[in-house]
Design a protein. Structure first.
Length: 279
């Protein structure tokens, strides 16, 4: 059984012991409902740090929709069993009161990269992410932390956070893990019913076709509407955005003149899927 810590005092005491022994600490922050995508992060952390902590905390501050928070899958037992198969040194599973005790009054708010796309559609989401990630870094004394490219904008926000606040934790990224049909693994995608699940790969497939067309020099203003139509024609209910943005600052791009990312959010059977690809 992997040692599980629920209190910050005991988690930090363990982390301090590791540091005193000259060991580096790697953190994989998660909200649980673990899948192969998380395991890829854990495996990267095992290669990149002496000790690996996986935090599991469904962070209420990053949900702008109470229904989404309520429905978010909570699978503690299965998560612990899955982590036991790869081997981690600690699971840190704090309670909401431990993370946000009565009187908690701080919020970490980032401008720039956190404002468009998800930031525009999910007000307060990235403040919640930045606040909890700052706390988790402090609670675990992490030297390095691993995040998935699946949440590309989140990664950009966390890189900004670490740079702007001079946090001593190095941020590392791992490529999106996909099912054989191209669907990006995610805890939300796991909620898709069979019919919707069979439609879902159309998102990544049409995004990949759009990337090909953009790389071939076609105008984004012509390519993106065609991709949106194809995603809807495949059975999606709506596309919130499909945008070509600069890879690091997430600035809008009218032409492919620097490293770029194609980012999308779309609704399928009441579930909001996001994905992104390098261009
Ligand atoms: O990506 C996630 O699962 C969450 O946003 C994170 C980074 C664990 C913060 O709650």
């Amino acid at each position: 059984m992997t040692p599980t810590y629920r209190g910050t005092v005991s988690m930090r005491a363990m982390a301090r012991n590791w540091k005193a022994a000259g060991q580096t600490i790697g953190l994989v922050p998660t909200m649980g409902a673990l899948h192969r995508g998380h395991l890829a992060l854990v495996q990267a952390a095992r290669r990149g740090a002496d000790r690996v902590i996986v935090s599991i905390f469904v962070n209420p501050k990053q949900f702008n929709n109470p229904e989404d928070l309520r429905k978010y899958p909570r699978t503690e037992g299965a998560d612990a069993a899955l982590l036991a198969t790869v081997g981690v040194d600690a699971i840190y599973m704090p309670t909401p009161d431990e993370v946000y005790p009565p009187g908690f009054a701080t919020s970490v708010s980032i401008g720039g990269v956190s404002l468009p796309l998800e930031g525009e559609r999910r007000p307060g989401h990235f403040d919640g992410v930045a606040t909890v990630v700052t706390k988790l870094f402090g609670m675990t004394l992490a030297d390095r932390a691993w995040f998935g490219q699946k949440d590309w904008q989140q990664l950009a926000v966390i890189r900004r956070l670490v740079a702007d606040l001079n946090l001593p934790t190095e941020v590392l990224a791992v490529e999106t893990v996909r099912d054989a049909d191209g669907l990006a693994l995610s805890s939300r995608n796991a909620r898709l019913l069979p019919q919707a699940r069979s439609i879902a790969p159309a998102l990544a497939r049409n995004m990949a076709l759009a990337v090909e067309a953009l790389r071939a020099g076609h105008d984004p203003q012509a390519v993106l509407p065609v991709a949106i139509d194809a995603i809807i024609a495949a059975g999606f209910d709506s596309v919130e955005y499909l945008e070509l943005r600069s890879a690091d600052l997430l600035e809008p791009m009218a032409a492919l003149d620097r490293p770029a990312r194609l980012l999308c959010a779309a609704w399928l059977d009441g579930i909001r899927l996001i994905d992104n690809l390098p261009v």
